[in-house]
Design a protein around this ligand. Structure first.
Ligand code: DQA
Length: 140
């Protein structure tokens, strides 16, 4: 069964209660569980960490065997050369997702170091962005 891996970075475990005017009040964990049930023919794997190195280790672990990676690096998108390097080092294509429209927010969120190492970026479509990214891989 083909694997699609969703990797969420720091503070995304709090989506549902964190700044609901920006990120909405739906619990991300619940949304992703439901998302997995829509694709029974794929093995949807979900990981979240607030630790940069852990995210890099998962990219190494899944990045040579999975069919696709959907990554929301949170604030690390704007700062992490190490995660960007890991995305470039692996062979599995990755799509970066941001729940909010980072281009419409503070200037420091406009730089997407990790997004530049992905095949594409989805930003501002809320939690639905994850579904759109997953469908890119499931529809081939
Ligand atoms: C975010 C946008 C980032 O700028 C922010 O640091 C996050 C969430 C998003 O999904 O909109 O933690 O990645």
């Amino acid at each position: 069964m083909k694997q699609i891996v969703i990797i969420n970075g720091p503070n995304l475990n709090l989506i549902g209660t964190r700044e609901p005017t920006i990120y909405g009040s739906e619990v991300l964990d619940d949304y992703l569980k439901e998302l997995a049930s829509l694709y029974p023919e794929f093995n949807l794997i979900y990981r979240q960490s607030n630790v940069e190195g852990e995210i890099i280790n998962w990219l190494h672990e899944f990045g040579f065997s999975a069919a696709g990676i959907v990554i929301n690096p949170g604030a690390y998108a704007h700062t992490s050369v190490a995660i960007a390097d890991a995305l470039r080092a692996i062979s599995t294509p990755a799509i970066e997702v941001h729940i909010s429209n980072v281009s419409a927010r503070e200037v420091y969120r406009h730089t997407l170091l990790t997004g530049a190492a992905c095949v594409g970026i989805i930003s501002g479509l809320g939690l639905k962005g994850y579904r759109i990214a997953v469908s890119y891989f499931t529809e081939g």
